[in-house]
Design a protein around this ligand. Structure first.
Ligand code: DAK
Length: 257
């Protein structure tokens, strides 16, 4: 890597990560994904950080995994090199991660955005899973997360045609949280991230866990899981502080404990 392709900036309690490989529309080669996973884990382990934002640039969030890198691989290469092992690390981040998407979010780029917990898109964003045009299918959630987000028929259309959808279509389909003008993407994402970061971090962390569980387990089990996490939060100082502050009609001061 000649220059840094993943940049990190800390603003208050929010860690901002930028994919920075503009000449290749932020195509995600293995080294870049490893760097991204390293930075995410570092921010995840930093007690001062309460929310993470992942962004690209105005032309591309990411145009997919790096096709040049994959093109000549055999299945054995992919298995032996653990070609995609770092994607698993990205999925395991505990703090909330918001994707701020401008321009292309295609293939692995769309999957990376869907690995995040929320997606804010600018009006020029395009989402899609074009892998079918390359003779493969999505491999990092494009058939699974996309189907859960937009439903079977829309996922079928996107994956089988490889066509992209606009930010407005993505909003209607339930893939993203909101669409904002290109020049307001940072500001709007920042507002959302700061709001989340103002809440008690342990409760935020457990709320994220509980919501993700809802996608995986039967309702009865999910409800029990939620209840246990609810009970657990009564062991936190922030629960005492939050409820006491309400009763005393003052602003809470959360410590993250
Ligand atoms: N890989 C490598 N280079 C890419 C790239 C990509 N995905 N996308 C763009 N580039 C490069 C182009 O080659 C070009 O480089 P130069 O020729 O200038 O050196 C530069 O970026 C600018 O691109 P274009 O000249 O093509 O720009 P245009 O505006 O004309 O077109 C485009 C933009 C986004 C429509 C076009 O670049 C495009 O179609 N890109 C490919 C999109 C795509 O097919 N993406 C899916 C890739 S497959 C997995 C994890 C992840 C994956 C799979 C498994 N596991 C965990 C198991 C993911 C797979 C994929 O994403």
């Amino acid at each position: 890597m000649s220059e840094q392709e993943v940049l990190v900036e800390i603003r208050g309690h929010v860690g901002w990560i930028q994919l920075h490989r503009p000449k290749a529309l932020n195509a995600l080669h293995m080294g870049l994904i490893k760097q991204l996973a390293n930075h995410l884990e570092e921010l995840d382990g930093n007690d001062d950080i309460r929310c993470i934002v992942l962004k690209g640039d105005s032309k591309a969030f990411a145009a997919g995994a790096d096709i040049d890198e994959m093109a000549e691989s055999s299945p054995i290469d992919l298995i032996r090199k653990e070609f995609f092992g770092d994607w698993q690390r990205i999925r395991n981040i505990k703090k909330p991660v918001i994707a701020a998407v401008s321009g292309y979010a295609l293939g692995g780029g769309c999957e990376l955005a869907m690995c995040c917990d929320m997606i804010i898109a600018s009006e020029n964003a395009r989402f899609g899973q074009p892998e079918i045009k390359l003779g493969v299918i999505p491999g990092a959630g494009g058939t699974q997360r996309l189907t859960r987000a937009v439903g079977k028929v829309k996922a079928m259309e996107m994956v089988l045609t490889g066509s992209t959808i606009s930010a407005d279509e993505a909003l209607k389909a339930g893939l993203i949280n909101r669409v904002v003008p290109v020049d307001q993407l940072e500001e709007e994402t920042s507002k959302l991230a700061d709001k989340i970061a103002s809440h008690p971090p342990i409760a935020v962390h457990l709320a994220k866990q509980a919501i993700l569980k809802a996608l995986d387990v039967p309702l009865e089990y999910g409800l029990q899981f939620e209840q246990h996490l609810f009970y657990l939060l009564f062991a936190s100082e922030d629960q005492r502080e939050g409820m006491k502050a309400f009763i005393e009609k003052r602003k809470p001061d959360f410590s993250g404990r």
